[in-house]
Design a protein around this ligand. Structure first.
Ligand code: ASP
Ligand code: MG
Length: 439
């Protein structure tokens, strides 16, 4: 079996759905399982609909047109998605009535994007004479905890999904990405971009030969090509490298994607539906790239928090108290570096940190710097190569880019540091030149 996941731009129009059909129908004897995202733009729009409903506004015109236009071009019946649209309307009316949006109802609202796209894709296969069935992942065993908006998969899902897929036979499953249910039957989501994660969960459940992530770029790039036009595709990555790159800002993969397949050694291939002949990026347990940089990732909109206390000297339990506060506020920390009296760390600025700041100020002096970026140099074994850190810092020194915080040595494959956001692009370009254009 082989799992193929198609992202928003790869399902987002009649033309793209035909293209998807060609890709999948060519490998039917490998027993493909297809995972789909919502049409591009739809999830964002659903969130906006929920927010508007809270303010008493309800207008489904855009969402209807977005899908009906493509349904028509594919010669399918618009009734196909009527029940989902009605259900969506009911959920939005609930929000209007309560004047409140919470993560639970937001997950329900967001779920319609994937539910609708799976139905359209499956129906197109059937019209083309290939038996297919739209499946909501939660109906075939994908269960999570109740952490709405970023739910974690329950271990029992793997067995349930395996049982399902080992017993079906005569159709191509078209499965919703991104969404699941908790034990009480509430719809949950796996975090934005989570369809990748659904694909590898299914891949691990069925012991797939391979998981293919079909997207709109040629794979993981050596740097973000929007920042660095000379960036090129990375042909091979290890699971660890892919994880670190995704976690530290490369947008091609959802960071959790790697976890289910890594244990089983199932290869993940990132491919481009717009350029299907390109080799893409292959992610496995080993690569032949001794102690060299694989790629540079950058995460913007980051805060640096400097937590300072002279009392930390020789005290124990202090770091525990700091992290207990982060834990209580459910704020995750990306980089960290410590000295005797100082702890510096970075967080994404999507979090509201006002309450966190109050609690931290009770135990220490606190300085917060906004509009920062983290830059990460990732490559298996790079921490064994003293030269890489040296070259990094001398390049930035020459350019006068000030490094505000360094976090090295935490993993063997990653050197990360924080700079002012306005310096980030230049920093990425300079490092790219140093590690990819001069060798
Ligand atoms: N549709 C969801 C999102 O936009 C999940 C995904 O595309 O992977 O975040
Ligand atoms: Mg994605």
């Amino acid at each position: 079996m082989i799992v193929l996941k198609f992202g928003g731009t790869s399902v987002g129009s009649a033309e793209r759905i035909r293209n998807l059909f060609n890709i999948v129908s060519a490998i039917i004897d490998q027993r493909p399982i297809v995972v789909v995202s919502a049409f591009n733009g739809v999830t964002d729009h659903l969130i906006a609909l929920a927010m508007n409903a809270m303010q008493g506004k309800l207008d489904l015109t855009w969402i209807r047109e977005r899908h009906f236009k493509e349904i028509e071009k594919l010669n399918l019946e618009s009734e196909l998605i009527e029940s989902e649209l009605n259900e969506l309307e009911t959920a939005l009316k609930g929000i209007m009535y309560l004047k409140e949006v919470n993560p639970k109802i937001l997950d329900l609202v967001m779920s319609f994007g994937e539910r609708i796209s799976a139905k359209i894709v499956a129906e197109y296969f059937n019209q083309q004479g290939i038996n297919a069935k739209a499946l909501n992942a939660y109906d075939i065993g994908l269960l999570t905890d109740s952490n709405f908006g970023n739910a974690e998969v329950l271990e029992e899902s793997y067995k349930l999904l395996q049982d399902y897929f080992y017993s079906y036979s005569d159709f191509i499953p078209i499965v919703t990405g991104f969404i699941a249910k908790d034990a009480k039957g509430n719809i949950t989501t796996l975090g934005r971009g989570g369809s990748d994660y659904t694909a590898t969960i299914l891949g691990a459940a069925v012991d797939a030969e391979e998981v293919q992530i079909w997207t709109d770029v040629d794979g993981v790039m050596t740097a973000d090509p929007k920042i660095c036009p000379t960036a090129r595709t990375v042909e091979a990555l290890t699971y660890e490298e892919a994880y670190e790159l995704a976690y530290f800002g490369a947008k091609v993969l959802h960071p959790k994607t790697i976890l289910p397949v890594k244990k089983k050694g199932i290869p993940v291939r990132i491919l481009n539906t717009f350029n299907p002949k390109a080799k893409g990026t292959l992610i496995t347990s080993r690569v032949a790239r001794p102690n060299k940089v694989a790629a540079i990732a950058c995460k913007k909109k980051v805060n640096i928090l400097n937590i300072h206390t002279p009392k930390m000297f020789l005290a124990y339990g202090y770091l525990y108290r700091i992290f207990e506060i982060f834990n209580r506020h459910k704020i995750s920390v990306d980089l960290i570096s410590t000295s005797e009296v100082n702890v510096s760390l970075t967080t994404e600025d999507k979090y509201d940190i006002d309450e966190l700041k109050k609690d931290l100020k009770e135990i220490a002096e606190l300085e917060v710097f906004n509009s920062r970026a983290t830059v990460s140099i990732v490559g298996q074994g790079i921490n064994m190569e003293p030269n890489i850190a040296g070259r990094t810092f001398s390049v930035l020194g020459r350019k006068g880019i000030n490094i505000e915080m360094i976090s090295a040595g935490s993993s063997k494959i990653n050197i990360s540091f924080a700079v002012k956001q306005e310096d980030a692009d230049e920093c990425v370009r300079e490092l790219h030149r140093e590690f990819f254009e001069n060798e």
